[in-house]
Structures are given as C-alpha cells and as structure tokens.
Design a protein around this ligand. Structure first.
Ligand code: NAD
Length: 329
C-alpha cells in the first residue's frame, strides 16, 4: 500500500479483485495474518452486527489492525435476503483501508469476491497445516455459493482423488459436481453417514442451526474444517464431535461465542484452553496434528483481519497494474 498512499484514494471494484487476486495470494495473506494474530501483532476489534429493522437486513462492521502487515481498516456490509430476487448477491460488503501512519482513507475495495476467497483460504490453511498428508477423499457438506470456492482451494492442498458431498438441499449438488469435474476429481453424492465413512478431510459450509454430522460417523484421522458457523445459534456438527477433536481456530474469542465451538463450550464439554489458534501451528509454537488417528477440527469463524489482508493485496496489485480508479477526497 505504501507506494499508493500519496496518490489519493484507490478504488478497486469487484471485477478487478476477481481478475487480480488468486487463490495463492489469498492463502499467503490469510496464513500471514493468522500468524501475526498468534504473535500478538494483529488484533480484531469487537464486531458490530445489527438487524436494522429494514429490508430484513443484517448490517455490521468487522475491523482490526495488523501491525506486522500494516493493515488498518474495516469491512462493512451484511446480509440482504431480498437481493437474490433483484439479481444481486445477498451478502454485500466493502472494505475500507486506512493508512496506519496518517489515518487517511487509502483504498475502497469490493468485498464480495474477496470474502469467498479469504474464507476458502482459511480452511485451506487449516488443511495444509492439519490434515493427514495422505488424504485422498474430500467431503463437502454444503453446496451454496461458498462451497465452490472452498472445494477449489482445498483441492490445491492435498492430492485428492475424489469428492463425496451431501447437502440438505440435494438439488444444489449437481452444480458442485460440475466444479469437481472441472478439477478432475471424481464426484459422488452420498448420505452424511457415507460421507463420514469415506472422507479424509471434510469441509462444512452451510447455514445450519442443528448438527449435520454426528461424532460416530467420522473416521479416525479426519480433518474437519467447520466454516459455516459464524453466528450465535448456528451449528453444523455434533458438539460431542467438537469435544472429541483437537480444536483449532482463527480466533478463540469468536470460536467460543459465534463459532462451531460455542455449543461444546456452553455445555462444558470443551474448555477454552483446549482450543488453539491456528497461527500457533503456523508459527511452529504448536505441533498441530500429533498422530495419524487424531481427529483435528478447525473452527473457521471469519475475522475482519482476513478481509483487510486480502483487500490490501487487491489494492497493491491494482496499484501495480495501473487499473484501479484513483480519486482525491
Ligand atoms: P448460500 O446461501 O449460498 O448456501 C447456503 C448453504 O447452506 C447451502 O448448502 C444450503 O443448502 C444450506 N442451508 C441453507 N439453510 C439451511 C438450514 N436451515 N440447515 C442446513 N443447511 C442449510 O450461502 P453461502 O454464501 O454458501 O454461505 C454458507 C455459510 O457460510 C453461511 O452460513 C455463511 O454465513 C457462512 N460463511 C462463513 C464465513 C466464515 O468466514 N466462516 C464466510 C462467509 C460465509
């Protein structure tokens, strides 16, 4: 960002983000910010999320500061359930980046595509650091917008041969099968029990409020990335599975309050000090997986610093390519 700061505000639209920010860029940025968080170099500010009493919308802010990456800013946006009927994405967001030395607004970056790639990068980082090296079967629970990004990113982390998938709305699965086909992976729609029996790595990315995967269905050695639960009350897997697994997360404060671990924590089956920030594994301060039979679970709650990290990459690449719009405020 530093080379752009004296040239006014940079505006980077959705199309440009999509063109410039690849999965490898997102992976690198998210891995680095998780590492910075675990070292105490980066922290998220309290999240604001409000039902605004208009258009059934949920609106809020996720913000933070990464001293190591020099990223200061906020992602603002939320969920407008009526958007689909208007031909728009229900989730809408924009990232505002500020110069940490002066407080000047330095970039406005479209946040919709970046949210999907940063969320996929998050589960990918967990797979890279925690899944067994010999993982061959990827299990997908969920077949919505994010699931395609999740599968594409996960496929780059291990030599997967096959995807097994289940979704509460089965009509959405054929489209996911097309993405698997594009990746050269065999695809099979299965029951959740069959999914647990076959998968070496599982990604859950739904809007569920009750467990979709039970503890006894999961085989030893599985790595599970729970990515859908990002709000109080949501739940994708059996709390007994969470309690039985070795649990890692992006941020403990979110994991215990709005993440998948919230239910096991509330019942007392899991203690906060049993959850490890994945940044510690990245930094070499925690061994991560310690046996081939261990079940590892990543509670990916989604933090504002991830958004700032990928938006900062988008702004830098847009400045370098000369394709961003610049304005003087
Ligand atoms: P989407 O609306 O495109 O897809 C929703 C998915 O959830 C589909 O698979 C659908 O069949 C399933 N689903 C819908 N209602 C359900 C219910 N009541 N019970 C069980 N399953 C249900 O949404 P998306 O953009 O793919 O997002 C999926 C989830 O991921 C959402 O819950 C979203 O909030 C969450 N998310 C998390 C992060 C993060 O950083 N952790 C980031 C983005 C989105």
């Amino acid at each position: 960002m530093t080379d752009t700061q004296n040239d006014g505000l940079l505006i980077v639209g959705e199309d440009l983000c999509e063109k410039l920010v690849g999965r490898a860029d997102a992976f690198e940025a998210v891995e680095a910010v998780f590492a910075a968080m675990a070292k105490g170099d980066a922290y998220n500010f309290p999240v604001i999320r409000e039902a605004i009493g208009y258009a059934d919308a949920l609106y809020g802010f996720k913000s933070g500061f990464d001293r190591a990456g020099k990223n200061l800013g906020v992602k603002s946006g939320g969920f407008w359930p009526g958007n689909m009927a208007k031909g728009l994405t229900n989730h809408q967001s924009t990232v505002f980046l500020f110069d940490p030395d002066t407080g000047k607004l330095s970039a406005l970056v479209g946040g919709n595509y970046l949210t999907a790639v940063r969320t996929a990068a998050s589960s990918s980082v967990s797979i890279q650091h925690l899944a067994r090296k010999d993982a061959k079967v990827l299990g997908m629970v969920g077949a919505g917008h994010q699931s395609h990004f999740q599968m594409r990113a996960a496929a780059e982390q291990r030599d997967f041969e096959k995807v097994v998938a289940w979704n509460p709305h089965p009509d959405m699965l054929p489209k996911l099968g097309e993405t698997a086909k594009e990746l050269g992976l065999e695809f099979e729609a299965v029951t959740p029990e069959q999914l647990g029996a076959q998968a070496d790595v599982i990604i859950t990315i739904t809007s569920a409020f009750e467990p979709l995967l039970m503890k006894d269905w999961i085989k030893p050695g599985t790595h599970i990335a729970c990515m859908g639960t990002d709000t109080k009350g949501k739940m994708e897997v059996d709390p007994a599975l969470v309690a039985a697994a070795t649990v890692f997360t992006d941020e403990i404060a979110q994991s215990i309050s709005i993440g998948e671990a919230q239910h096991a924590i509330a019942s007392g089956a899991l203690k906060e000090d049993q959850i490890t920030p994945i940044g510690k594994v990245i930094n070499g301060d925690h061994p991560g997986r310690t046996s081939e039979a261990e079940i590892t679970l990543f509670d990916g709650t989604g933090v504002g610093l991830q958004d700032l990290a990928v938006a900062s990459v988008a702004a830098r690449l847009a400045a370098e390519s000369g394709e961003a719009i610049r304005v003087k405020l």
